[in-house]
Design a protein around this ligand. Structure first.
Ligand SMILES: [Ca+2]
Ligand SMILES: [Ca+2]
Length: 352
């Protein structure tokens, strides 16, 4: 299942949104990033409107937006799980009975209906609320919607009010200090875990297994510890890197390095030489299988700099395999090849 932020490059035969629909083009070229779209909101008349929003590092003074909707999702402030931030919303032209609503999509599922409600205070001149980040909020950016409207108009985060204005912002949830990763990742599943300081994988009698065809990315500020109980099956993928400033799954900032804490435990040896050409490539490149790779099942995974999967292949008996980066940006990619008990990662450069 693709989730928000994933990159997909696949044909789409049908969509279900209430009723099933068949798209006109089922296999458009290129790739797309899975995103979320929020319900439309605005107003018909700017009388009372949002003149200023203050929360964390955001201090945004504005006029009334066209259509009563102001898109300020490029403005963001950080918040830690469990932290409370005060927010102040200044009403430009205050009428008795004006109201303000604030919603945050803490679970980033595209709606504001299943999230902790924000209790408003203050008065019609300056509305005030304390926004508390749930302890289990997803790490990364979240949509915050603010609405000022007149008495008894629509108090929902969606649709148009007659009087008022709506503005959207972004709250970025920092990861907690330590993240403990356990459980089993089955084939076809992928996940990302992040922590401000430390990620601990398995240990203390627990297990973390990455089965063949599963994929896990770890991003920590200081340290990643793969303890006894960590097991990566052949064809499974466990990758991690240290990112001191932005240790988040959604916003990695540093190039990745392939980790395996204990090569002996994983029982993987470097792959005997195989040819990959051309490299750098302007699009298509070829993997020429060595003798061993022609006689055993081989798993190949091509990933981008931040671990996003570009293409995975399974080969048995092939002498050559072609990969295409033609619709991809220029830059660095990583090709992981697993053959029997051997594994190696190759850096591929996509040039112009
Ligand atoms: Ca405004
Ligand atoms: Ca939600």
């Amino acid at each position: 299942m693709a989730v928000n932020g994933d990159i997909i490059d696949a044909q789409c035969n049908a969509l279900t949104g209430g009723t099933s629909r068949i798209p006109a083009v089922i296999a458009p070229s290129g790739y797309r990033i899975v995103g979320i779209s929020y319900c439309q909101a605005g107003s018909q008349v700017c009388d009372e409107y949002i003149a200023r929003v203050e929360i964390g590092s955001i201090d945004n003074a504005t006029d009334c937006s066209l259509g009563g909707y102001g898109d300020y999702i490029g403005l963001s402030t950080d918040i830690d799980p469990g932290e409370t931030l005060p927010v102040y919303v200044t009403n430009a032209i205050a009428y008795s009975g004006d109201q303000c609503g604030i919603w945050v999509d803490w679970n980033s599922n595209g709606d504001f209906t299943d999230d902790v409600p924000v209790t408003m205070g203050g008065d019609e001149f300056v509305f005030q609320a304390n926004i508390t980040c749930p302890a289990d909020a997803l790490t990364g950016p979240h949509r915050m919607r603010i609405r000022i409207h007149w008495t008894n108009e629509n108090t929902t985060p969606c649709e148009n009010a007659y009087y008022g204005e709506v503005e959207d912002y972004t709250l970025i949830v920092n990861p907690s200090g330590t993240t403990i990763v356990t459980g089993t990742m089955a084939s076809g599943e992928s996940d990302c875990h992040s922590a401000l300081q430390t990620i601990q994988v398995a240990g203390s009698g627990t297990q973390f297994q990455v089965e063949t065809g599963a994929s896990v990315l770890l991003v920590a500020g200081q340290k990643i510890s793969c303890l006894p109980g960590t097991k990566v099956f052949h064809g499974g993928y466990l990758r991690g890197y240290i990112s001191p400033d932005h240790p988040w799954c959604t916003q990695p900032s540093l190039p990745g390095v392939v980790i395996s804490a204990d090569e002996e435990k994983l029982a993987l040896n470097p792959l005997p030489a195989c040819k990959i050409y051309p490299n750098p490539t302007s699009g298509v490149f070829t993997v020429q299988m060595n003798e061993e790779m022609r006689s055993a099942p081989v798993f190949l995974e091509l990933r981008g700099l931040h671990g996003e999967l570009v293409k995975s292949m399974h080969s048995e008996g092939n002498t050559h395999l072609n990969f295409s980066l033609e619709n991809r940006p220029t830059g660095v990619y990583f090709l992981r090849i697993l053959s029997g008990k051997n594994a190696s990662t190759f850096k591929i450069i996509r040039s112009k």
